[in-house]
Design a protein around this ligand. Sequence first.
Ligand code: FAD
Length: 631
Amino acid sequence: TTRIERHHYDVVVIGAGGAGLRAAIEARLAGKKTAIISKSLFGKAHTVMAEGGAAAAMGNVNSRDNWQVHFRDTMRGGKFLNNFRMAELHAKESPQRIWELETYGALFDRTKDGKISQRNFGGHEYPRLAHVGDRTGLELIRTLQQKIVSLQQEDQREFGSYDARIRVFSETTITELLLDGDRVAGAFGYYRESGEFVLFEAPAVVLATGGVGRSYKVTSNSWEYTGDGHALALRAGATLINMEFLQFHPTGMVWPPSVKGILVTESVRGDGGVLKNSDGKRFMFDYVPDVFRKQYAETEEEADRWYTDPDNNRRPPELLPRDEVARAINSEVKAGRGSPAGGVFLDIASRRSADEIRRRLPSMYHQFKELADVDITAEPMEVGPTCHYVMGGVEVDPDSGAAFGHVRGLFAAGEVSGGMHGSNRLGGNSLSDLLVFGKRAGGHAASYADGLAARPKVAVDAVEAAVETALAPLQRDTGESPYTLQQDLQVVMGDLVGIIRREGELADALRRLAELRERVAKVSAFGGRRYNPGWHLALDLRNMLVVSECTAKAALERQESRGGHTREDYPAMEPKWRQVNLVCSLDGDTVQLTRKPLPKMRPELIGLFDRAELGKYLTDEELADFDALVA
Ligand code: FAD
C-alpha cells in the first residue's frame, strides 16, 4: 500500500500568492485551523512579480478620485462584461485593504505630504496605483507573510506551537479535490521534493492558484501557472466563466529569444514612456477606438502636457487599456513597421532623465541591462505582446467567493476566479482584487465550516483513484514525453487561439486539442518519485489541456470582438453578446459550454454612466429600460 501523510484542517487554502495569503489570514483570524499550500517555494508567486502597483481610489494624488470613478473605469476596461457586483465591491473596498496592509507593516511610496503615493496606469482616470517603486508585489507578499508569522507567534504563546492554527506547506502540489457527495471533503497532492503523497481533510477549500499562462510559449507567467485551480474546480463540479478572455500584455521583452515574454511593466508608459514604430512614429494616436475617443489626446503636445496638467488635457493613447495597445502593436508589426526582433520600440530614454529612470524603474533598468545588455536610460527597449493574465475563471458568488455549480465548500479568489474583470483587466486591479476577494473568500470559507453540522468524509476509493492517477505517468514507459506534449500544446494555443482569432483556426485548434488529449492520457515520465519535474509536468498537462479546451471552445462560440478576445471574422463589439456569459462545465471528461445571461446592473450603478456612453455597449431594449429608469 502507498504511504499517505494525513492532515486535518478547517480551511485549506491552495495557493500562496496575495489571494491565498489574505484568505488564510482571514480564516485564521476567524479562529479556524488553516493550511496554506503552495506548489512553488513560499514567497514565490506571481504576486511577488507584480511591479506597477495596486489600484485603489484613495484620492491621495487627485482628490476627485472615488469608488464611483474606479467602478466606471473597471467596467469600461472590461467592456461592460464584468460582474458588476464584484467591480462594485472591489472599487469600494480596495482603499481599506491597502490601508489595512500598512497596519501589517507595508510601506508604500509617499506623496510630499506623507500620504500613500499613487501612479497613473492604463484605463485609470486618475493616478490610482499604490506602489513601492516597481516592486509592489514584493512588498505585498512580504507584509502578508509577516502577518502570518505574527499570527504564528501568537499561537506559539497560546498553544505552544507555531503551527497550531496556521501552517504553510510549500513545494506541495494539489492534484485532486476530494468530495463527499456534492461537498468538499479535502485535497490530495504530493510533496515536490520527495514525491510522497499528502492528504488534507477539510470541509472548506479556497482556490487561489493564479493563472494559466504556461499553455502559451510567449508568456510573462512562470512554470507553475498551468491552470491547476481552474481544472480542479471543473473536476469538482464547479463552473468557469469568461474563459475566452486572455490578456496579452502589450509589452513583453522580445529579445533575446531566451527571455522572450518576460514582462516590461506598464509603469514605463505610466511614467512617460512612448511606443514608436520603425519609422520613429508614435503610432498609438492612430489606434484610439471610438468608445475611448473622448478621453484620449489627439496630438503629441496635448498628450505630453497631460503628465503635468491632467485636469486640462487628455491622456496619451499609450495609456489605453491593454487589449487596445496589444492589438495596435500587433498591427504595426504585421504592416512591416516593427523593430528588428519583431516588436516595436518603447522609449523612456528620450523622455526622462537617467536618474529619474533608475529611481522610478529600478527593476526594469536591471532587467534590460542584465538580460538584454540594453541601457534603458540611453536606448529604447524592444517590446511585443505576451500572454499575461486570464480574465476567465471559477464562477463565484460575488460576495462570498463560493463556487457555483454542483459543489459546496469550494471558494475561489484572485486570478483563478472569473467575473471581476469582464473581458479585460485594468493594470493594478489584480493586486487590489486579491486583497478584497481573498479576505472575503477566507472569511466565508471559515463561516461555511462553522455552519456544518457534520464534517464531510473522504472516501477511501477516491483517495485510491487519486494515487493511481498520480502514479500512472511513472508506470507507463511507452508514452510521449511531457515536454514534447507541452510544446505541442503551446503551438496550438499560440498559433490558433492567440491574440487574433478566426473561426477556421479555432475549429482546427479544437480538433488538435482532442488529439492532444489522447496523447496526454498516455504521457509517460522517466525516473522515480523523488524530485522529478517531468512527472510533475505530466500531471499538470491534463489541467492545461482541459483549460485550453474551455478557452478554445468559448473563443469559437463568441462571435464578436471584445477585450481580450479578438475575432478577425467578427471585428465589432456586439451589444447582444454583452448580455451573455459563456459557462464551461465538465460532463464526464467532456467540456460543455452553455450561455448564461449576465446579471443586470443595479439602477444606482448604471446611473453612474451617461447615456451616450451606455449607447456604445447596450442593446436598444436595454437603453429603453435605462430611459424609463431615469425618466
Ligand atoms: P499567484 O500570486 O499567482 O499565486 C498562485 C499560488 O498558487 C502560488 O503560490 C502557486 O505556487 C500556487 N499553486 C498553483 N497551482 C497549485 C497547485 N496545484 N497546488 C498547490 N499550489 C498551487 N497585477 C497588478 O495588479 N499590478 C501589477 O503591477 C502586476 N504586475 C505583474 C507582473 C508580472 C510579471 C506578472 C506575471 C503579473 C503581474 N500582475 C500585476 C498580475 C498579478 O500579479 C497576478 O494576477 C496576481 O498576483 C495573482 O495572484 P494570485 O494570488 O491569484 O495568484
